[in-house]
Design a protein around this ligand. Structure first.
Ligand code: PLP
Length: 370
């Protein structure tokens, strides 16, 4: 596992005794007395660890590959790297970020429906082999730039009832999949599996079940064409907060039986997912996007997913106990034995991403050597 340390996460762990709310109030006071009125976020890294435990309990056979574009904050990516997730990257910059934290290429999938040839080449030269494709054009690009790639065929889902229906733009139909597999075979490109995305904010459980069933059909087609596929990627679309129509466990309660039916555990399938929103949505409180959104002292919960692109100041919150827990996880790999409540009961401290440090940190800092 990767090290979660002060240097890599660019964070300072501060004294015990703060709650996230204390830190929020304190920062709001600071900003209110400041002419700049800069928007800022507070990120609870403890929440990310809790989410990961919840994931392991509910989807124990599915390895999460966090979707970096959802929030590419270095401290968040470093936390996830330290607890052993993989990463779903859509660009060279994201691959660079993840690899700079010591994540090996086998834990990265380069998934972009329209990849730049230069970025495919960058992936090759940095050992990243897994990448998705959903069209002939992408297949041809990969055949030229990375003939040794391990391709994953991205199929469309019926995500019409999702808040963000990705299949309007991306994903091959089941019918087209057969042609793509045949072309890939002719080009001598290895197709190792199938991926789908039920749509961010998916509101219909059946979408997940249908997608798993469609993926199974495409696996059969792959076998007919002569591929030995072994990877299923069930995408994202998992809620990251409790205010959504479908709850995380409702979704997993239909996914698990569908996986058992179509991809039973003894069939040797490697199953991964690409959650973004799930991991970060509830860990971040903040404004909409940047200073321009300042209306009054408004505070929004569940602002973690797809919000920090404008690079506001981010204050990270983590207790010393969770910090120590993280070190144990790295050393002894005993994450499954830790209960979610264990993490909820430890007190908070505050950390700050210093490269974004526009406001003076008001809490007293204690340096921790790891
Ligand atoms: C291909 C792909 N995978 C995963 C995700 C993450 O989705 P979510 O935030 O719903 O988990 C996205 C989001 O746009 C995506 O496009």
């Amino acid at each position: 596992m990767n090290n979660f340390n002060k240097e890599e996460s660019d964070c300072h762990i501060l004294d015990e005794g703060f709650t996230a709310k204390d830190i929020l109030d304190q920062k709001i006071n600071e900003v209110s007395s400041d002419d700049g009125k800069g928007a800022f976020y507070v990120t609870d890294l403890r929440d990310i660890l809790k989410k990961h435990l919840r994931w392991l309990k509910a989807l124990s056979y599915v390895t999460p590959f966090y979707d970096v574009k959802c929030s590419d904050s270095r401290a968040i990516v470093n936390t996830l790297a330290a607890i052993g997730t993989g990463f779903h990257c859509t660009s060279k910059t994201e691959i660079q970020l993840v690899q700079s934290l010591g994540v090996p290429p086998e834990r990265i999938i380069y998934a972009n429906s329209s990849k730049q040839v230069s970025q495919i080449k960058y992936a090759v030269s940095n050992g990243v082999q897994m990448m998705t494709f959903d069209s002939e054009v992408e297949l041809m690009k990969v055949a030229k730039a990375h003939p040794k790639a391990k391709l994953v065929l991205w199929i469309a889902t019926d995500a019409s009832k999702a808040v963000c229906c990705l299949s309007v733009k991306f994903g091959a139909t089941v019918k087209t999949s057969k042609l793509l597999l045949e072309w890939a075979k002719q080009l001598n490109i290895d197709v190792i599996g199938v991926s789908f995305h039920a749509g961010s904010g998916c509101t219909v459980l059946e979408t997940f079940v249908q997608a798993v069933s469609d993926a199974s059909c495409v696996f059969d087609m792959g076998a007919e064409v002569g591929f030995s596929m072994y990877l299923l990627d069930i995408g994202g679309g998992f809620p990251g907060s409790e205010d959504t129509k479908l709850k995380f466990e409702e979704i997993t309660s239909v996914i698990n039986p569908a996986l058992d039916k179509y991809f039973p555990s003894d069939c040797g399938m490697r199953i991964i997912a690409e959650p973004g929103t799930y991991y970060v949505s509830s860990s971040i409180w903040g404004p909409m996007c940047d200073d321009l959104d300042w209306i009054t002292e408004l505070l929004f919960e569940n602002m973690g997913a797809y919000t920090v692109a404008a690079r506001p100041t981010i204050y990270y919150v983590m207790s010393r106990s969770v910090w120590q827990l993280m070190k144990h996880i790295q050393n002894h790999d005993f994450l499954l034995e830790i209960e979610e409540q264990d993490i909820s009961t430890v007190p908070m401290s505050c950390a700050q991403e210093s490269r974004l440090d526009h406001h003076p940190a008001a809490c007293a800092s204690t340096s921790i050597n790891v």
